[in-house]
Design a protein around this ligand. Structure first.
Ligand SMILES: [Zn+2]
Length: 311
């Protein structure tokens, strides 16, 4: 399960720092020329300018240099962390690190207090952020907590996600496709019916004889918009159900593409994944990426980013 919060991106220079965190170690750079310690990771020594820095393991003990409490999320994604104690910690090596102070009551936070590192596993794949806590606390590793783990399930086995449980909602956007749906045959009779209904009777869809010679596919193909609406014929087993909302609105589509044709007579199936969760004044917006494929074709015939708005 991944986090939907914005995550730091490691650069060539900073990668050893992030990799060490995943191993529950704090590595910061020391200069081989002047022994000065340097943070954040960079190419040159900030004391003597030598390009001779080496990552060293340190125990992470330090003191609280400064902090502020944020009660309004800096981004909606952080609303489950309020209030956040944004802190600057000074390590015993003298360098200062921007971080978050956790598991300390507001009234117990004091400038100069002794702190120790917490290696916070923020996603199931081991991504780790460096937090700090009071030296009186245990510190060490904070294991990943799957926000979906303790939620109830309905009779169909779907996890019940309350619309006001933001961390659980964000956990849904894990980039994992559902299993494939049932299969459905798109035959010429159906394509003809859709041509009558929509008025789009272009020969590429309806003239079987002409298509044999003139079509690049050597056959007629279904209308993209027909295949799009056939998603209603495909039963996709979502692993979750959003509960506790007042209204649910189909808000439209953020993206609709027809990358591969569906030749007449093809069998299609579909699958979907939660692509994004976002919060705005309109409510909770869930973007469900729906893909429809011709059976056996890796390239989708329909990609539809459906937007569902919960209030
Ligand atoms: Zn130096």
């Amino acid at each position: 399960m991944a986090t939907s919060k914005p995550m730091p991106l490691a650069t060539t220079i900073s990668a050893p720092f992030w990799q060490a965190l995943e191993q529950n170690e704090l590595h910061i750079q020391q200069c081989n020329q002047c022994d000065g310690w340097v943070f954040f990771p960079r190419k040159h020594c900030t004391h003597c300018l030598a390009h001779d820095l080496e990552f060293k393991s340190v125990n992470g003990e330090g003191t609280l240099y400064s902090y502020t409490l944020t009660r309004i999320p800096t981004m909606p994604e952080f609303s489950d962390e309020m209030p956040q104690a944004l802190a600057v910690v000074e390590l015993s090596q003298g360098v200062r690190i921007n971080t978050t102070l956790i598991d300390v009551a507001e009234s117990d936070i004091e400038i100069g207090m002794a702190v120790k590192p917490v290696f916070d596993k923020v996603s199931s794949d081991g991504k780790t952020l460096l937090r700090f806590t009071s030296a009186a606390n245990q510190g060490g590793v904070r294991d990943y907590q799957d926000p979906l783990l303790n939620l109830e399930r309905n009779a169909a086995g779907q996890v019940q996600v309350p619309v006001d449980n933001l961390s659980a909602l964000y956990a849904l956007a894990d980039n994992t496709f559902t299993p494939w749906s049932n299969e459905y045959v798109v035959d010429q009779a159906l394509i003809n019916d859709f041509a009558d209904l929509s008025g789009d009777d272009y020969w590429l869809h309806t003239d079987v004889e002409k298509a044999k010679t003139d079509s690049p596919f050597k056959t007629t193909i279904a209308h993209g918009s027909l295949v799009q609406v056939l998603q209603s014929r495909l039963t996709i087993a979502l692993p979750f159900e959003i509960v506790g909302f007042q209204t649910m609105v189909n808000y439209g589509s953020n993206r609709l593409r027809f990358p591969a044709p569906v030749p007449a007579g093809s069998t299609i199936h579909g699958r979907s994944k939660v692509k994004d969760i976002s919060v705005s004044h309109k409510g909770i917006q869930l973007t469900l990426e729906m893909n429809i494929h011709v059976l056996g074709n890796d390239k989708p015939s329909v990609i539809n980013d459906l937007v569902i708005l919960y209030r």
